[in-house]
Design a protein around this ligand. Structure first.
Ligand SMILES: [Zn+2]
Length: 312
């Protein structure tokens, strides 16, 4: 039987290990600290990765629309096809409906692409083959910025989608992992989209974007997800009988439920940091982002490049 040598007493073995560690550290410090692409003629490439076709629309539809308007290339990627999100429809029929709704939402938000992977809704697990799909997606998009969900959330798909993105955050620069797609040259910035969960740790409103000027665009983006906004969501909330019939009336109903959300105290603190007290006080709608501790940690200057709406 073959045995693996574990003899670390040899001095040259120590030397080889520490040399490897040193090379590893140098390699990482180059890739992890590299600046994001800042040249004016190349747009920043942003990808949001989440569990269901509509997650990012709720959490950052306004910011995505503004980013797209300001020249960034924005992609949404749903890791499941949403085929469990309905009380009357399901399976392939529902998956196809939701894929079409996502495509329409992308058109309304002005983003480049809304891809929906074919994993089953409510069954997403942090499996290696999906991690590799996430790694490939980030590389193929040549992402400067990756937005994901935090791994603490009520929905197991959200938790696992968050874990899959975080599990990919370092591997995207490692050539031997998923070697069929070349690694990104620089580790992207990883950010979390907002949630309201406080255990084990509350969301940190590191970056807060005022979205008043695109609130109608955000609402129209959500309105594209008919099966969710006007059917499944109200059904789970016991409010199906409140949903109006006509298109215009529905849009108004949706606007009213969005309008009631407002800006939280924590968001206002973030708005003040990025916009100044006077401008911050005028916002009625905002979307927040937390800087993940993985990937390239952005400076304030880089954050203003990623979120050009924050101004200088
Ligand atoms: Zn979801």
């Amino acid at each position: 039987m073959k045995t693996i040598s574990t003899n670390l007493d040899q001095p040259n073995m120590y030397y080889r290990i520490s040399l490897l560690s040193l090379l590893f550290l140098i390699f990482n410090s180059i890739n992890l600290s590299a600046q994001i692409n800042t040249s004016n003629d190349t747009p920043l490439r942003v990808i949001a990765i989440f569990a269901h076709p509509d997650d990012a629309d709720f959490k950052m539809g306004g910011t995505a629309a503004m980013m797209a308007e300001m020249g960034h290339e924005v992609k949404f990627l749903s890791l499941t096809n949403g085929n469990a999100g309905h009380h009357e429809k399901g399976g392939g029929v529902l998956a196809n409906i939701r894929r079409e709704e996502a495509k329409e939402a992308a058109r309304r938000l002005g983003i480049v692409e809304y891809e929906v992977l074919d994993n089953n809704d409510s069954e997403l697990m942090p499996e290696l083959h999906i991690r590799k799909d996430v790694i490939r997606a980030i590389r193929e998009w040549n992402a400067d910025v990756v937005l994901g969900l935090r791994p603490n959330d009520y929905h197991p798909d959200h938790r696992n989608a968050g874990k899959l993105v975080i599990d990919a955050s370092y591997m995207v620069i490692v050539p031997n992992v998923a070697p069929d797609v070349a690694p990104v040259r620089n580790n992207p910035v990883f950010l979390y989209m907002q949630d309201g969960f406080s255990k084990p740790n509350p969301f940190s409103h590191d970056i807060v974007v005022g979205i008043d000027e695109v609130i109608d665009t955000k609402i129209r983006g959500l309105d594209a997800h008919v099966s969710q906004i006007y059917e499944w969501g109200p059904w789970t909330g016991g409010r199906l009988d409140e949903v109006p019939e006509g298109e215009e009336e529905r849009l108004e109903w949706l606007s009213e439920s969005m309008f009631s959300r407002g800006v939280s105290e924590a968001q206002m603190e973030g708005l003040k940091k990025w916009y100044g007290e006077e401008e911050a006080a005028q916002f009625r709608f905002a979307e927040s982002f937390e800087i993940a501790e993985y990937g390239h940690y952005p400076s304030d200057e880089e954050i203003r490049m990623i979120f050009p709406m924050l101004g200088q």
